[in-house]
Ligand binder design. Structure first.
Ligand code: 5CA
Ligand code: ZN
Length: 412
């Protein structure tokens, strides 16, 4: 599929030089610790997979917050002098999409196409750098079928009522992404697309690899019958095809740690006989509204596109999100947006001055903050302090403008 246009990233004068180098450390769910992520040397290639949307509704602020977190990863790596190879999927055939299309009488493909385009427009407006490869589940079906064939060849697939399941027992490392206990896994599986109560499964947690075609639903031919892919195998197949195994970061919101990233990793590890699937599993916190996680199924959504339509500057939205640490769970409020607007106004006024305090310490402190598990709130405080202080450096305002743009994606 088409990705979206990249906004320009100004190269900072010392980008990629030892002065700029603080290896990026990210919190890895798989170990529960912050670890260096990405190539050890400048000029290496960093590889990242971030789970994309299920396009049955518009992009809400929770989605935007998650993609923004990984945009910071992308920007920090580039500043360190790395090339970034970034892949994202779109789950353009799955239960919720088909259900929504059935409810509204719309063709499921038309629904997916429209929402994916709206997502591209939202991401572009928020200056979120695009993936190099943006891959839909439907276009990936041949890859997915090939992967299920590999699993079958390794005796890691079984049939139940025409559907094909993956036995989690096939992966000795199962559980190492989320580090959850079994009794925590089952309820999450039921809540997040699994079917632990289906009779006949070898293990209640076993996820579906291929769902036999249901009446009135789309299906594709495969050696194991006409049907459509399960969810986790989609991200395994796409990530392995375009990034290989042991890529640097697999990302998404914290609701994807289990079962999605756990199962994707197990599929990949069993199909290839290699491990790990990703070197770090990185998860953003959940954004809520009125005490509940923002979710399409709960319907308590604030949409990026609606805010844009009502005239909100996308940079205000971006700043309102950056005011929270990416791993925090927090609630969206109108006040948060107003505070971001005021901050943007202060920063814009400050870079319009003929001079200001020197920019080099600002670059250093913003880089320090972001390198430390993406501490964006600390980075914002650095810019706040610069904007509030006076100074005689005439080059500083333009330099600070470039720092905000390159590292935080904020155009002043
Ligand atoms: N298509 C799958 C991933 S393969 C999917 O989860 N799609 S989604 O549209 O439901 O979510 C897209 C991304 O937004 C996921 O990373 C998810 O974790 C994240 N997300 C969903 N709701 C929220 C929320 N309220 N706050 C933060 N992130 C969220
Ligand atoms: Zn995914």
């Amino acid at each position: 599929m088409r990705s979206w246009p990249a906004s320009e990233v100004p190269g900072l004068p010392d980008a990629g030089l030892p002065a700029a180098s603080r290896p990026l450390r990210l919190h890895d769910t798989g170990t529960g610790t912050a670890r260096p992520a990405g190539p050890a040397e400048p000029g290496g290639t960093a590889r990242m997979y971030v789970c994309g949307i299920t396009p049955y509704d518009a992009t809400h602020l929770g989605h935007a917050n998650t993609y923004l977190a990984f945009d910071l990863v992308n920007r920090v790596w580039r500043d360190l002098g790395h090339r970034v190879h970034y892949v994202q999927n779109a789950t353009d055939v799955d239960d919720p999409l088909l259900e929504r299309a059935r409810d509204t009488g719309e063709d499921w493909r038309a629904l997916a196409d429209r929402e994916i385009q709206l997502f591209r427009d939202d991401m572009t407006a928020l200056r979120i750098l695009p993936p190099d490869r943006y891959i839909g589940a439907v276009e990936a079906i041949p890859l997915i079928v090939e992967m299920i064939e590999k699993l079958r060849g390794r005796d890691a697939a079984y049939e139940l009522g025409g559907d094909v399941y993956f036995p989690v027992a096939a992966d000795p490392a199962f559980g190492q992404v989320s580090r959850l206990a079994r009794d925590e896994m089952e309820p999450l599986s039921a809540e997040r697309g699994g079917d632990p109560d289906r009779p006949g499964k070898r293990d209640p947690l076993d996820p579906m690899l291929w769902m036999a075609r249901r009446p009135g639903e789309p299906g594709w031919e495969s050696p194991f019958g006409e049907g459509r892919p399960g969810w986790h195998v989609e991200c395994s197949a796409i990530s392995i095809e375009y990034l290989g195994m042991a890529f640097d970061v697999e990302g998404g919101g914290s609701d994807l740690a289990f079962p999605h990233h756990e199962m994707s990793a197990s599929h990949a590890q069993v199909a290839t006989g290699e491990r790990p699937h990703a070197r770090a599993y990185v998860h953003a916190g959940m954004v809520g509204l009125d005490g509940e996680k923002m979710s399409k199924s709960r319907g308590n959504l604030v949409f990026v596109s609606k805010l844009r339509e009502s005239g909100t500057d996308p940079m205000e939205i971006r700043l309102a999100l950056l005011a929270h640490h990416y791993r925090a769970d927090w609630e969206w409020t109108r006040d948060g947006l107003d505070e971001a607007a005021a901050r943007l106004g202060r920063w814009r006024a400050a870079v319009s001055r003929p001079s200001g305090p020197p920019a080099a310490p600002v670059a250093a402190a913003v880089r320090d903050g972001l390198a430390d598990d993406l501490d964006a709130p600390a980075a914002l405080a650095v810019l706040d302090a610069w904007a509030a202080a006076d100074g005689a450096d005439e080059a500083a305002p333009a330099q600070v403008r470039a720092i905000a743009d390159a590292l935080l994606g904020i155009v002043l």
